[in-house]
Design a protein around this ligand. Structure first.
Ligand code: DAH
Length: 344
């Protein structure tokens, strides 16, 4: 190598050394071997001294010596550090991408609620939420459940002691009443939200849970519209092959009233523990809005008809993901919550 080439080479090495920032002790050891080892660059350059003409020996010697000091200083800067401290002590490269920030996962109740909302939004329903602290009128009386009506017993209620007219809503049906009272027709809304009941907490019951209420009011709305809407919902939510059946039922705010079952998708209708060997599981209550309810909310029952439905989000979530204990939803155990990775 001629002198000028060596000088150029040293410049390149200097830049390499300046940029060097070991991430680990192993990186530093590699550096030591490369520059300072017995077969390393510093030794190799020093051996070139023999070939340097006498008149340039001093100049070249100084250059080499400065290079050796530079290479050694870099090494001693990092030598005493432990693994993991190297990069922090060196010239940090701020252009590197940041360590990924781990995001949390959505709660399964939120995932299912958002899926339900999505299905009905695509049918033209909008969202109308009501308050969780309700008055007697919106939660019961307007819904054809006057004081002392025996059906009030179906929903064990938390009353607010300061004002006996206030309570924690027992059903999202109360939101229906508020929307109807606004009087803007036609109405096509869903009301997702939390409801409260004075139940002993167990694997199958809780003192709070979530519902989605649906309401559709217009001229000439029929039971056929109700069935078609709910058929569509079931296919979107549970898949094409799920069977649906309606059973007559009773709710004070609908006439006629029904409960809707879907064929058990766990056993395919053959019978298992989830469907209690019937092949069917109940998922919601529904019916045609009672003319008294329409009148209570200022809507002319001679002109308008409508349907309503209400479903429990926990129930659908438990079926969809085969969760056996309701308490898991409110215990905030991250081992449970992290299993639901959907970004919905
Ligand atoms: N509110 C009822 C409940 O909590 C569910 C329900 C049934 C809602 C029938 C409705 C309906 O709108 O039409 O058990």
């Amino acid at each position: 190598m001629c002198m000028e080439q060596i000088v150029q080479q040293i410049e390149a090495y200097k830049q390499e050394i300046a940029a060097f920032a070991p991430a680990t002790a192993a990186d530093l050891e590699q550096y030591r071997i490369k520059f300072l080892g017995t077969k390393g660059i510093v030794k190799a350059l020093l051996s070139e001294m023999k070939q340097v003409p006498n008149d340039r020996k001093k100049e070249f010697g100084q250059l080499l010596n400065a290079f050796k000091v530079l290479a050694e200083e870099k090494y001693t800067q990092f030598e005493a550090l432990k693994d993991g401290e190297h990069a922090a002590a060196g010239d940090t490269d701020f252009t590197l991408p940041a360590a990924p920030h781990r995001l949390g996962t959505r709660h399964p109740i939120s995932i299912v609620r958002n899926k339900i909302i999505g299905i009905f939004e695509r049918l033209g329903f909008t969202i109308a939420e009501g308050p969780e602290i309700e008055d007697d009128w919106h939660n019961f009386t307007a819904l054809n459940l006057p004081e002392n009506h025996p059906a009030r017993d179906m929903q064990d209620t938390f009353f607010i002691s300061k004002n006996p007219d206030w309570l924690l809503r027992t059903q999202t049906s109360s939101a229906q009443v508020r929307v109807m009272e606004e009087g803007k027709l036609p109405i096509r809304v869903i009301s997702p939200g939390r409801v409260y009941r004075n139940e002993t907490i167990s694997a199958r019951a809780h003192c709070f849970f979530h519902q989605v209420e649906g309401l559709y009011i217009d001229e000439n709305v029929s039971f056929a519209d109700l069935k078609q809407t709910l058929y569509h919902f079931v296919k979107e939510m549970f898949g094409e092959n799920v069977g649906v059946r309606f059973r007559p039922s009773y709710f004070p705010f609908t006439e006629p009233s029904a409960e809707m079952d879907i064929s058990c998708f766990i056993c395919g209708g053959k019978g298992c523990a989830v469907c209690k060997h019937t092949g069917w599981v109940e998922i919601l209550g529904c019916g045609m809005v009672h003319p008294k309810v329409l009148a209570n909310c200022g809507i002319d029952p001679e002109k308008y008809t409508g349907f309503a439905f209400g479903m429990g989000i926990e129930r659908i979530t438990m079926l969809k993901y085969q969760i056996k204990d309701l308490r898991l939803f409110s215990e905030n155990d991250t081992r449970f919550l992290e299993q639901f990775q959907e970004s919905y």
